[in-house]
Design a protein around this ligand. Sequence first.
Ligand code: MTE
Length: 329
Amino acid sequence: MIDIDPSEITPEPVYLYRRQFMMAAGALLLSTAVGACSGPQKTSTPEPLATSSEPTSAPAPLPTLLQATTPTASRQADELGGELTKYESVVGYTNYYEFSLSKEGPAALSADFKISPWRVQIGGLVHKPSVYTLDDLLRFAQEERIYRMRCVEGWSMVIPWIGFPLSQLLEQVEPTSEAQFVRFETVYAPEQMPGQRGRGFEWPYVEGLRLDEALHPLTILATGLYGKPLAKQNGAPVRLVVPWKYGFKSIKSIVKIDLVAEMPTTFWMASAPQEYGFYANVNPDVPHPRWSQATERRIGEFGRRETLLFNGYDEVAPLYADMDLRRFY
Ligand code: MTE
């Protein structure tokens, strides 16, 4: 991995501008090659995008495509016909406890959160421990994935993410045969994150997946949404998205990924073990101890709709073929 991230020597607005351009290139590649799809996609080996070799050159004009808050994809809905949630809601109604316990708080409170330079350290049970800069991550071919997100609180959205399969990154670091789980950590920066200065939670935010869940083609690392770089309140500059699990598994602003042998204790398992388990697969038949999970409110809609097992992503069912989904919550 390179030592100096071009984003560290490029003024941030220029950098963000260039990054948007890179993502447009990626998104365009996708929409012409495979189209927007929320299912697994065949992706080629990571290739540097055309602009990534010119870190300090003047940014190319922003394609009109990215000036609007419309998705770059040709489709405006997920594969079940669910309409995309409005951009304003996706960036305005967020859960980011490091900044605020309210949905509206994180947008304003994260304004000064520093996301450049950024590094993600990958280690543990791997043959090739590595440090990836954000530019390294953006060299993986970026795809658009339209996914439903179901929060454990009973609301949901449909979001056009930009990102790449986590499996591609994990393959590069070569997990050893002892690796069984993947542990993720959010940045710990109490001076910038007011929520981390309070009591009651064990920071940093930690999440985990079984290795086969992490390698599943639906699991992505997201760097953007709606054709733009991720907003800070959505977990910039890089977050996990696991669409068949409750939203809290999709950890934001990741700085550390470790391959481990034992099931990691996650932020929510540590904070409220009687309410949250490791797997957290969306399941309408397993109520939260304090409310039903049978239905959900799609943000922007009136009324409630039925919640689907695995959030409707039935293709993941084989991962849990031998498990009692009620017991292993
Ligand atoms: N990651 C961190 N680090 N901190 C958080 O508070 N909230 C989780 C998840 N990832 C959270 C997090 C929860 S509860 C949800 S529902 C999703 O992020 C929300 O993602 P969004 O705010 O982008 O919609």
